[in-house]
Design a protein. Structure first.
Ligand code: COA
Length: 95
């Protein structure tokens, strides 16, 4: 129902293999596929809970920004965070 907007629904790296670039590689591979399909915007949802602090840092580190926050979405004090990344024209030209 969108023009070129895709949802990164879930991503996980084996707990024993985290912090070694696996997540970054998976997202880069996904973005290459999306660019080849005229994708222009990626959306991902996560939680504001402290347990997801590493996940938020991960998305920020790989070029995603916090686009929106629905306060108290999951439960009082636990917000829904929406991160996005725009697949730039220059990035699209690379693929
Ligand atoms: C989120 C997840 C997929 C990241 O995968 P990963 O392979 O560990 O991540 P990478 O090694 O590619 O990390 C890429 C960058 O993210 C940042 N980052 C990753 N884990 C981090 C952590 N625990 N704390 C701070 N920054 C972190 C770093 O800047 C890292 O770059 P650098 O190593 O060059 O400094 C992994 O932690 C995971 O499976 N978590 C549990 C499942 C989950 O929360 N999925 C998302 C649901 S919304």
């Amino acid at each position: 129902m969108t023009q070129g907007c895709f949802d990164l629904y879930w991503i996980a790296a084996d707990a024993a293999a985290r912090g070694q670039g696996t997540g970054r590689s998976l997202v880069a591979a996904m973005e290459r596929v999306l660019v080849s399909r005229a994708g222009r915007l990626v959306r991902v949802e996560t939680s504001s809970q402290e347990a997801y602090g590493a996940t938020r840092k991960f998305y920020l580190a790989i070029g995603y920004i916090e686009e929106a926050r629905l306060r108290d979405f999951y439960k009082p004090g636990d917000d829904l965070l929406i991160f996005t990344r725009r697949l730039e024209q220059s990035q699209q030209a690379e693929h």
